[in-house]
Every structure is written in structure tokens, then in C-alpha cells.
Write a protein that binds this ligand. Structure first.
Ligand SMILES: *Cc1c(COP(=O)(O)O)cnc(C)c1O
Length: 464
């Protein structure tokens, strides 16, 4: 077949998938009305490292790691092989009454890696779920049920942070504070208490990130004081409120939160679903603050981005409160695929790669390159803030290039940037008017340079 014929055929194939898709699929996080005119739908045939490849042969640099799930690049052969091997042996067995090696080994290794704190007994037990939101539900129910089992029936409230995000299921939405996702369902949601965000972007002019975080912690202390004996847990995304616009806070905040939780008998739930597995630098973001949470939620990168899986790590103290002769005191929560062997095998291969490739050390080098490439953006007239936490860099776009004059929502600057980037072969899916880089760790220098160039071009195009 001649080159041109081949190209034409690939274009037709891409078009076919697009129209067949829109006949039958309802996509996540999408106003379907916008397809196909406002939003292009991009059928992807395969992935290779940092690239996604369309049926039409077009290549897209996956600068957002496919919604923060992918760690080492698409098609990482070691993870694929581990899943294939496991599939030959045992694809699934229920985890109630049964056990299997991948579930046990993964729990052992996660507990060994988990954040520790000198004065605390380490995280001791792992409960599996099959996506991030389900993991959050598990942690919330465990915290609540712990106090119920202890006879502290007044401890029923959760504290969460303004601008936080913990998933889309009803329980997880109840502790989330992003109006776009929450507002419609508000009547269905149990009431949570929201504390001011330590977000450094919200600092007063001249105020340091640490000082702002300190003020947010004081406000939290105040909130605890107003609800003595009523709060069972606080849930937080350590270091970065990702869905809330990659807003970052000073690590000192989590240390203060740990102290305040202890002083008030409140459990600390760290939702590291997005920031875990090296995104902010260390294996877990809580480690930057020297903090061990009572419950740690992991998902997204846990399987290297291959399969859905979540793990909730809990202390022995929490676990022990469920031991009894009655089933009612037990944690009866379950999902059909709890601890799926294929997903656990993918996660084990993922942890192996962290060791084999010295990933965290390599990331420190990559993060420096990202910092150098991002720095010049601070001078851009429509960039109000450039911030970074390890392998996450974010650019806050505003009309005046300052914090006071955002773009009017109807200008849809983020959407314009998204479309312009896609046309240039880069996936930059913004959060509102925040553009960010959260690439697979395999991204190389040339790819980063081209990412920076494209980012510059689409900011110019979208804001002009
Ligand atoms: C993505 C995310 C979740 C939800 O995970 P899903 O697998 O999408 O349900 C929860 N918490 C945080 C911090 C997240 O980023």
C-alpha cells in the first residue's frame, strides 16, 4: 500500500472509532454536548513510554500521566509481563476467607515502605479496595466505626480542607470541597467540617508559605476547640491539593495537623492517592513533614498506572478495635475485586522498578530540569504563579498576571490551552485556568524541552 493510502486509512479508522464511541459511550468528567465540536475526542491506539499514539498515527506527549496514574511510561514491559505471568496462575479469588501471595507480599512491602514516626507504632494492616474513591470510603468508615466500637458515639464528624478533593462517590464527595463536582449532590452529602486551606497561593502579599500554613493550622485548632469530642478524623491531601488546581502548601502544615489531631483524639487520614509513589519527591508526601498518618490511602500510581487498585494502610490500634466475637464490630466493607491478584502483581512489579531503577534519585534530577524550564514562565504577563513540588509543576494563568484578576470563566482559557496543546501533540489537561506538568517519570530532557516550548506557545495562544 502506498504511504498516502495508508495515511488515509488510518485517518478513517480514527474517525470510525470517534463516531462509534459517541454512539455508545458516556465519558467521565465531560459535558458530552461539547463532543465533537468544542472538544476533540482522541481515540488512542497504543502507548509507548511518555507517548500516546492515536489510530491516525498522531503522537501525544502524556504530560499529565493519564490522570496521574502512570509512573514509568505507557507499556512498561516489566509491569505488563508481571500481569501476564499472574494471569496464567490465578486471575481472581475472593479475599474473604481466602488469600494469595501477591496480596500478602504487596501488603508486607507497602507497610515496610510506609511513612514512620519515631514516637508512633508503625502502620500495621492493609485493606484493599479497587479505586481511589473506594479507598477513601474505606478510611472514613474505619475511622467512624473505630469510635463506634469504642463506645464514643458522639465522634461522628469529619474535618476536611477547603479546596480539597477525595473522589466522586457520595462519601468521598462529602469531604471534598470543589463546587463543580459537589454542588449538585450537596443535598445527598453528609455534613463535614471544612478548615481553611494552607494553600500558599492564598498567602497575603509578603506572607511566607510557612506563615500562611501556620495561620491555617491556628484556624484548624480553633475548629477542633469548637467541636470537642465530636470529630473522628481529619482527611487531607498532603503537600498538594491536586484536583483543586495543584495548589501546594508548606510541609510544616501537616506536622502541625498531626499534633492537633493527637491533642484532640482525632485520626489523621492522609489521602496520598495522587501524591504517593514519588510524585512530590519522597516515596510519600507525608514523609516531607516527618508525619505518619493513622490511615494512609493509596491508589493511582500504585500499579504503575496499569490496573485499578487501592490500598488503605491502618494502625494496629485501629485494627484491634474491630476484634470481637460479634460480626457487627467487624469491618464488613467489601468489594468483589478486593485485592485482585492481577492488580497486586502489577503493584509488586511497580515497587520492584522503584528499586531496580533508583527512581526517586532519577526523579530528583528530572525535577531540577523541570524547575529550570519552568522558571522563565514566572515573567510571563499572564502567569500569576509558578509552583513546584517534585515532579509536579503548575502555572496559574490570570488576566493580569496577578492573583487578583483571574480570567472570566466564560473565556475558557484552560480549554483553549488544552485544545491548542493537543494540536501540537501534547496532553495538557488543565484544572480550570491552571496548567500543569505531571509527566511519567521516564520523560527525558528533549521531551521536557518540547513540553516547555509547547506550554509557552499555548499560554500565549490561549490568553491573547
Ligand atoms: C483521584 C483522587 C481520588 C479518587 O480516586 P479515583 O480512583 O479517581 O476514584 C481521591 N483522592 C485524591 C487526592 C485523588 O487525586
Amino acid at each position: 500500500m502506498q504511504g498516502n493510502d495508508h495515511e488515509a486509512q488510518m485517518l478513517t479508522e480514527a474517525g470510525d472509532w470517534r463516531s462509534r464511541d459517541l454512539e455508545v459511550l458516556w465519558h467521565p468528567c465531560t459535558q458530552m454536548r461539547e463532543h465533537p465540536d468544542t472538544l476533540p475526542l482522541v481515540p488512542i491506539a497504543r502507548g509507548e513510554g511518555a507517548w500516546l499514539v492515536g489510530y491516525d498515527g498522531r503522537r501525544y506527549l502524556d504530560a499529565v500521566s493519564s490522570w496521574w496514574t502512570n509512573l514509568f511510561g505507557h507499556g512498561e514491559p516489566r509491569i505488563g509481563a508481571a500481569i501476564a505471568r499472574q494471569a496464567q496462575v490465578l486471575e481472581q479469588v475472593m479475599l474473604a476467607g481466602f488469600s494469595h501471595a501477591p496480596a500478602v507480599q504487596l501488603a508486607e512491602r507497602l507497610l515496610a515502605l510506609a511513612p514512620r514516626q519515631a514516637d508512633r507504632k508503625p502502620l500495621a494492616k492493609v485493606f484493599y479496595a479497587d479505586n481511589g474513591s473506594a479507598g477513601v470510603e474505606v478510611a472514613l468508615k474505619m475511622a467512624f466505626h473505630y469510635f463506634h466500637n469504642r463506645g464514643e458515639h458522639r465522634r461522628t464528624k469529619f474535618v476536611a480542607l477547603e479546596n480539597g478533593y477525595h473522589g466522586e462517590t457520595i462519601g468521598a464527595l462529602a469531604v471534598g470541597d470543589i463546587p463543580l463536582y459537589r454542588r449538585v449532590y450537596a443535598p445527598l452529602l453528609s455534613e463535614a467540617l471544612f478548615a481553611p486551606s494552607p494553600d500558599a497561593y492564598l498567602a497575603e502579599p509578603g506572607e511566607s508559605a510557612a506563615a500562611h500554613a501556620g495561620r491555617a493550622a491556628d484556624a484548624l485548632a480553633n475548629l477542633f476547640d469548637r467541636h470537642p469530642g465530636e470529630i473522628c478524623a481529619l482527611i487531607i491531601e498532603p503537600r498538594v491539593q491536586c484536583a483543586g488546581g495543584m495548589r501546594m502548601h508548606d510541609p510544616s502544615y501537616l506536622a502541625r495537623v498531626r499534633q492537633l489531631c493527637d491533642a484532640n483524639g482525632v485520626f489523621l487520614i492522609a489521602d496520598e492517592i495522587a501524591v504517593g509513589f514519588g510524585r512530590t519527591g519522597p516515596m510519600f508526601a507525608s514523609q516531607e513533614s516527618g508525619v505518619m498518618p493513622d490511615l494512609l490511602c493509596l491508589s493511582k500510581g500504585l500499579t504503575g498506572g496499569f490496573l485499578p487498585l487501592a490500598a488503605v494502610l491502618a494502625t494496629q490500634q485501629i485494627y484491634d478495635a474491630f476484634l470481637d466475637d460479634s460480626r457487627e464490630r467487624a469491618f464488613l466493607h467489601s468489594h468483589s475485586y478486593t485485592g485482585n491478584p492481577l492488580a497486586c502483581a502489577a503493584a509488586l512489579a511497580t515497587l520492584d522498578i522503584f528499586g531496580q531503577d533508583d527512581v526517586l534519585a532519577r526523579n530528583r534530577v528530572t525535577a531540577k530540569q523541570m524547575a529550570a524550564l519552568a522558571a522563565p514562565f514566572a515573567a510571563h504577563p499572564q502567569v500569576a504563579d509558578v509552583r513546584q513540588a517534585g515532579m509536579i509543576v503548575a502555572f496559574e494563568l490570570t488576566r493580569g498576571g496577578d492573583k487578583r484578576t483571574p480570567f472570566p470563566a466564560q473565556q475558557r482559557v484552560g480549554l483553549k490551552a488544552y485544545r491548542a496543546a493537543l494540536e501540537r501533540g501534547v496532553v495538557l489537561r488543565p484544572l480550570g485556568d491552571v496548567l500543569y506538568w505531571m509527566p511519567p517519570y521516564c520523560i527525558d530532557d528533549a521531551q521536557l524541552r518540547s513540553l516547555a516550548e509547547t506550554t509557552r506557545a499555548v499560554i500565549d495562544e490561549a490568553t491573547s
